[in-house]
Write a protein that binds this ligand. Structure first.
Ligand code: 4AZ
Length: 866
């Protein structure tokens, strides 16, 4: 061992106890770690002997050892840093990422040939070669683009002179990706590059644009198995479907596209006739329609998912002669898909115009279809010079995803310097002259159904003869002024009011009926009607009005005395002592969770709360929007039954609760002088019915009634216990339009203020005739005590008041026996009530009365087994 080596060995071995780190570093130099001394002793502890063998070294050893250790540590640190940096650089920073852009450009010096529509034609190949080299030339001339370009493919051509659609793929180091995005987004620089570089290009191009795209589209366009190209035929409707429709569902992990074309100077009208894909949710299947042959977001017209009833308007228009429909599906969940139709129309030459006269109507183009994108219309309206003019928008849908209605930055309607957009209830814009101008603008992307409006002339000195004029220009009945209900959309009928003796003055100045004070509902809007009834701080208000300390909520004891402190215990349901407000599992154990039945979470140890839950789900998701009234969609209320009596037609409604049992109202089956309504033979149930005039439709299941069981306590004077169960002669088959509604547990809570749906073919006005199309109305549960005072103390615990106290919305004659349905958190619908009676129909302060199903739930079970 030479001198140097020995020294290293000495230092090394003597400091062995210092740190395991030093050990590690040393082990990478095996030659130097050879320590004869230690080997001799065969002991690690041998280091202890060194000081006595060489006292001088002992004195110096302390500082020197630390210096070396520090140096070694720093060296290790620097080494690790270097390794780390190299790893980061090669593995992460420099790692190439795939980027794909969709783009299009316009070729000015070229004429469109029909053969360009066929991507396998030689003409297509020839022109795409030229376009490809032009695009590559553009890319090459930019240092942020050129080096990373991998491939460009021309996907289609359309007229104008020729528009070429393409995608380009890039592999770019991660740290250069942003610069590439910026360069590709810069239209001007793309164009400049072209004009500077190619002085004499074979193709004169302009409007070169590119947008980031989903890389999976590259795979899709390489694999042509789900790619279709269709050209509209003059005067004909062309239809197309998703693969396998209607016999089998569309494939998983699919990227399908339909290129739709029309003749030059035409536009396309596309309608989805049947539409059923996965429910809308991030990552689920969807269809997207583009006003271009490039699937780029700025030209997207609509994204569709879920399912739509056949009656829903799914018509979309293009602004040019092309449209692209794409289907993107994920790895699971397959549905039938769609069937669509399209045809060509002449391009709109002008839009809007001059409207004269005292009254008239106008709509957005193609209303109620979705208006075309890229459109501007102006209506100049003029009424006689001695009158003023106002415009009433009866239906207004100008909604673009993600656009706040306060800004209206995309599509909008502009009247008198104010922009309107979004989805708005009926509104009026008045002018104080005899002229008004309405402008409509739609941008490149996302369209809606538009508006339907009328203009009216009015006398400037008296805009609403005999009526009250809202600040918005709308005329309302004088009696509606200061009555506590907002009738003008801007609430101008409830401002500057002097409250009467029967009214309470809210802090915001509104006058509300004294009856609404302390009813647990914020009627004032600022909660001032409920404020004075609050419990002290850190206290909880029980349903019976009692105040209890907050920490007694959900402690398993009925501190309120009415169980309401143990009723709404969110999260894991606790087993508690049973009360009116707890849910009883089959095992007789009670749990403290509000409405746990069929909510998707097992709350009972025996899972009994999640059994028999094949109910309350509609075939069509809720996206449907009703245009022009309260007509239901087909399949929207699949439990709704129409009960007919021979020779009389529809008499009452009912609800399907299993494949053999219906729930209805006892009063429907009371004998009258000449007719024995209690005789089951008289009745026929129609299930899956939508239109009373079409009772032979294939979807409809018609059943005779086997037996009618009315509640023995039904009182035909008070209408107490107004419930009946009906057995069908043979079971029905569940389908898209025939499905049962869930029955609530006796403890199910339907709180005051909750919105519910009532449906039926009853009269559409008091004393009027019945509806042909199933009607629906959204109404609100009214506090029992207040309802009792509104309805002359006629309420019993088996009754529930539901309505809109301003009037105008209600059930009516012929709706009796039908469902009052409640949407619960699980999005299942539960039968909260059965239409029973009312003081007329839709009168102000006269809500409808419904049989409270929870109170009669046990009786239903006892007689139907459901
Ligand atoms: C009826 O006669 C009836 N406004 C049903 C409900 C209502 C009124 C009357 C509620 O069948």
């Amino acid at each position: 061992m030479d001198e140097e080596k020995r020294f290293t060995c000495f230092l090394d071995c003597s400091s062995r106890f210092l740190s395991h780190l030093v050990h590690k570093a040393r082990s990478s130099f095996p030659e130097q770690t050879h320590c004869p001394l230690l080997e001799m002793n065969g002991l690690e502890e041998g280091v202890e002997f060194l000081p006595t063998m060489n006292p001088k070294t002992v004195e110096k050893r302390g500082p020197k050892r630390w210096v070396v250790v520090t140096v070694v540590l720093i060296a290790i640190f620097l080494f690790s840093l270097l390794v780390g940096l190299l790893v980061w650089h090669f593995k992460y920073r420099n790692v190439p990422v795939q980027k794909v852009y969709n783009g299009h450009l316009r070729i000015l010096n070229w004429n469109f040939l029909d053969a360009y529509e066929d991507s396998s034609s030689s003409q297509f190949a020839m022109l795409s070669k030229k376009v490809k080299s032009t695009v590559e030339e553009i890319y090459r001339s930019n240092e942020n683009i050129g080096p990373y370009h991998k491939e460009t493919e021309i996907t289609a051509f359309s007229e104008g002179s020729v528009i070429a659609y393409y995608w380009s793929e890039f592999m770019v180091p991660k740290h250069k990706a942003e610069a590439l995005d910026r360069a590709m987004a810069n239209k001007q620089s793309l164009m400049q590059m072209l004009t500077l570089k190619s002085r004499n290009p074979a193709l004169k191009v302009e409007s070169v644009v590119a947008f980031p795209a989903d890389p999976s589209i590259v795979q899709a366009s390489r694999n042509n198995s789900c790619s279709f190209s269709l050209h509209a035929k003059e005067g004909e409707i062309t239809s197309f479907t998703t693969p396998g429709f209607p016999n089998s569902p569309y494939p998983n992990n699919a990227r399908c596209q339909w290129v739709l074309r029309a003749d030059a100077d035409s536009i396309i009208s596309l309608t989805f006739k049947t539409f059923d894909v996965e429910p809308c949710s991030e990552g689920n299947d969807y269809i997207k329609v583009y006003n271009s042959l490039s699937p780029v977001e700025p030209h997207a017209l609509v994204t569709l998912c879920g399912s739509y009833p056949p009656s829903y308007n799914l018509t979309f228009l293009s602004s040019k002669n092309v449209m692209l429909v794409t289907l993107v599906t994920n790895a699971e969940g397959r549905r039938p898909g769609f069937r669509a139709e399209f045809f060509q129309l002449p391009k709109i030459k002008s839009c809007g115009g001059t409207l004269k006269g005292t009254t008239g109507t106008f709509t957005t183009p193609f209303y109620p279809a979705h208006y075309p994108p890229n459109l501007d219309c102006t209506w100049d309206i003029e009424v006689p010079s001695n009158k003023n003019v106002k415009v009433r928008f009866n239906l207004f849908y100008v909604l673009e995803p993600g656009v706040p209605i306060a800004t209206c930055t995309k599509d909008y309607v502009e009247v008198s310097n104010t922009k309107y957009c979004g989805e708005r209830p009926r509104f009026v814009v008045a002018s104080n002259t005899n002229r008004i101008t309405v402008q409509f603008h739609s941008d490149q992307s996302y369209t809606d159904t538009g508006f339907s409006a009328e203009f009216l002339s009015y006398d400037s000195s008296d805009p609403c003869p005999g009526r009250f004029t809202c600040k918005t220009g709308r005329c309302i009945d004088k009696a509606l002024r200061c009555d506590g209900w907002m009738d003008c959309s801007d609430a101008s009928d409830e401002r500057s009011c002097n409250c009467t003796k029967e009214q309470f003055r809210c802090s915001n100045g509104w006058c509300k009926s004294l009856m609404w004070v302390c009813d647990g509902v914020n009627d004032c809007g600022d909660n001032s009607d409920e404020e004075q009834c609050k419990c002290p701080d850190k206290n909880l208000k029980c349903r019976n009005g009692k105040c209890i300390p907050e920490d007694q909520k959900c402690n398993g004891k009925d501190d309120c005395g009415d169980g309401s402190d143990e009723n709404d215990c969110v999260g894991a349901a606790k087993a508690v002592s049973c009360s009116e407000y707890t849910y009883k599992c089959r095992s007789n154990v009670c749990v403290s969770k509000k409405n746990p039945e069929c909510d998707g979470t097992p709350d009972c140890a025996d899972n009994s709360d999640e059994e028999n839950c094949d109910c309350g789900i509609r075939s069509y998701s809720k996206q449907s929007r009703i245009v022009g009234g309260l007509d239901s969609e087909v399949g929207e209320w699949p439990w709704q039954v129409s009960l007919h009596v021979e020779g009389q037609g529809h008499i009452c409604g009912a609800s399907l609760v299993s494949n053999k049992w219906l729930v209805s109202a006892a009063h429907c089956f009371q004998d009258e002088m000449r007719i024995r309504y209690s005789d089951s033979k008289l009745w026929t149930a129609f299930l899956g019915l939508h239109d009373q005039s079409q009772r032979t439709h294939e979807n409809i299941q018609k059943r005779k009634i086997e037996r009618i069981i009315t509640h023995p306590n039904f009182n035909d004077f008070t209408y107490d216990y107004d419930i009946a169960v009906l057995e069908l002669q043979s079971p029905v088959t569940f389908s898209k339009v025939v499905r049962p509604i869930c029955l609530p547990d006796p403890t199910h809570d339907f709180p005051s203020g909750k919105d519910l749906w009532v449906t039926g073919w009853g009269a559409t006005s008091e004393g009027g005739s019945g509806a042909t199309i199933l009607q629906k109305a959204e109404i609100r549960i009214i506090n029992q005590t207040q309802c009792n005072s509104l309805l002359a103390n006629q309420m019993t615990p088996r009754m529930m008041c539901v309505g809109i106290l301003t009037g105008g919305i209600d059930a009516c004659q012929g709706d009796s026996g039908g469902p009052l349905a409640s949407v619960e958190t699980s999005s299942r619908m539960f039968l909260a009530g059965v239409v029973s009676w009312g003081d007329g129909c839709a009168r102000r302060n006269k809500p409808g009365v419904y049989t409270r199903v929870t109170h009669l739930r046990d009786w239903i079970k006892q007689h139907s087994g459901v």
